[in-house]
Design a binder for this molecule. Structure first.
Ligand code: SF4
Length: 222
């Protein structure tokens, strides 16, 4: 259960295994690199849990890994919606086709999309060679059209982000509804060791830079 992952709602979080990115700062390394090592909760158990907690819980966050890599995602989200829950989809935005279907089909009530970095450093920050950044831009443009409430968010890592990156990110996401910055912290189950958090001064500066382009820029710390 979470009070912070779905803005304004008490929600359950469902983690899906596997991801098409390998962000070095990823906090769910086991889920991404070796999903079969994680306990799998039978669907029946999940839906029983959700049925019993109707009224206590308002929403369900479908997160990862990367949910959009699963071919049965929309059916799964549809079953959750059919129980009367609002559904939030967390995504890296690399599959705009699935994102559009989730939103246009009414499966997602809220979308949180990661903005890993400025486009020139996207491949490095996502840990994927030959990453095709137009797919990221397509997801950003689609969400900015406002078909559904959404947020963009960046986990800020000292070794990966700079003022220049946030100038570029601000321009790329200009006019968006909400942008959250999260300070990286190494909680152990991480893809690449040795990364560090930016200083509070760096974070303040990045927020100021983004506010030149985006009205609602907020710090979300866990
Ligand atoms: S942080 Fe990166 S590697 Fe980890 S789940 Fe998200 S997109 Fe995948």
């Amino acid at each position: 259960m979470t009070l912070v992952d779905y803005p304004g709602k008490v929600a359950a979080i469902l983690f899906t295994g596997a991801c098409d990115f390998r962000c070095p700062f990823c906090q769910n390394a086991s889920l991404v690199l070796d999903p079969s090592s994680e306990p799998e909760i039978p669907e029946e158990e999940i839906f029983d849990y959700l049925k019993k907690r109707k009224g206590m819980l308002e929403g369900v966050v479908v997160t990862g890994g990367e949910p959009t890599v699963h071919s049965d995602l929309l059916e799964y989200m549809g079953r959750i919606k059919a129980l009367g829950y609002s559904v939030k989809l967390d995504t890296n935005g690399y599959r705009p086709d699935v994102l559009k279907k989730a939103v246009n089909g009414g499966y997602a009530d809220y979308v949180a999309m990661d903005i890993k970095n400025s486009l020139g450093k996207y491949a490095e920050t996502a840990g994927v060679k030959n990453l095709f950044t137009p797919l990221i831009e397509e997801s950003i443009s689609f969400l900015k059209e406002g078909h559904v409430p959404y947020e963009f968010r960046t986990t800020v890592v000292h070794e990966l982000h700079s003022d220049e990156d946030f100038e570029k990110i601000g321009k790329m996401c200009e006019g968006c509804d909400r942008f959250y910055l999260q300070t990286f912290s190494d909680k152990g189950d991480i893809i690449k060791k040795g990364l560090t958090a930016p200083s509070p001064e760096d974070m303040e500066r990045y927020i100021k830079i983004l506010r030149k382009y985006i009205r609602n820029v907020l710090l979300r710390d866990r």
